[in-house]
Design a protein around this ligand. Structure first.
Ligand code: 13P
Length: 253
């Protein structure tokens, strides 16, 4: 049985005090209000990982995720953070291949292949993001783009390693735009992704993989999205910065 996950990607937002306030609100609200078995992942910026991890300590429902990491284990890479460092401060998930990393930091599938390896080597779980641009969708290239992102960036890992992977489908045109994919559009793509997993691994791996939707998800549309058979949760940007909205999304299952 695959897990249901709602992950909050805080991106480059919040100061230390704001991050502390937000995480404690989320922890309390999850404790008081969430009865379902959804796993919650909070992904703050690097400087707050340790304190966010401490704030949720002991709450089995909530995990900490990082938004990126470097592909090498250690060394002279000024300004970078390794998977081992993340692990040492209580991180269990790492978002990789977010479209903002691909677009603004020139991360390509080859680099992501190395990052996926580095994360898995530490026993952490990658949340591997894929998604097409509006132009690609309009040119009917969606499936082609997603297929190569999966093949080149992710499908090199072994069956055993693949069991640790979460995939997030984030259509670039839906991120931060208020323009959500319809539940049908998202379902169609999620089913396609599951089919690719079955083809490259096996039917069991396809059935067991958690596939998240991301892109302008909010408390108003989460229920409809999460009711689709191949949508196992969300990767939430803007709405994860407000505890009420984020927890309402978690309660949408
Ligand atoms: P928004 O929810 O703000 O559209 O962001 C989605 C996203 O990029 C999560 O990683």
């Amino acid at each position: 049985m695959r897990k249901k996950i709602v992950a909050g990607n805080w991106k480059m937002n919040k100061t230390f005090d704001e991050a502390q306030a937000l995480v404690s609100e989320v922890v309390n609200m999850v404790q008081d209000e969430v009865n379902n078995d959804t796993e919650v992942v909070i992904c703050p910026s690097f400087p707050f990982l340790s304190s966010v991890s401490k704030a949720i300590n002991g709450n089995a429902k909530i995990q900490v995720g990082a938004q990126n990491c470097h592909q090498n284990e250690s060394g002279a890479y000024t300004g970078e953070v390794s998977a081992g460092m993340l692990k040492s401060v209580g991180v269990s998930y790492v978002i990789l291949g977010h479209s903002e990393r691909r677009q603004y930091f020139q991360e390509d599938n080859q680099l992501l292949e190395a990052k996926v390896k580095a994360v898995l080597k530490q026993g952490l779980k990658p949340i591997f993001c894929i998604g097409e641009s509006l132009e690609e969708r309009e040119q009917d290239l969606t499936f082609k783009v997603l297929e190569s992102q999966l093949k080149e960036g992710l499908f090199h890992v072994s069956n055993e390693e693949f069991a640790q992977v979460v995939i997030a489908y984030e259509p670039i045109w839906a991120i931060g735009t208020g323009k959500t994919a319809t539940s049908q559009q998202a379902q169609e793509v999620h089913a396609f992704i599951r089919e690719q997993i079955a083809r490259n691994y096996d039917a069991q791996a396809a059935a067991d993989t958690t596939i998240l939707y991301g892109g302008s998800a909010n408390p108003g549309n989460a229920k409809e999205l999460f009711s689709q058979p191949d949508i196992d949760g969300g990767l939430i940007g803007g709405a994860s910065l407000k505890s009420r909205d984020f927890v309402d999304i978690i309660k949408s299952f």
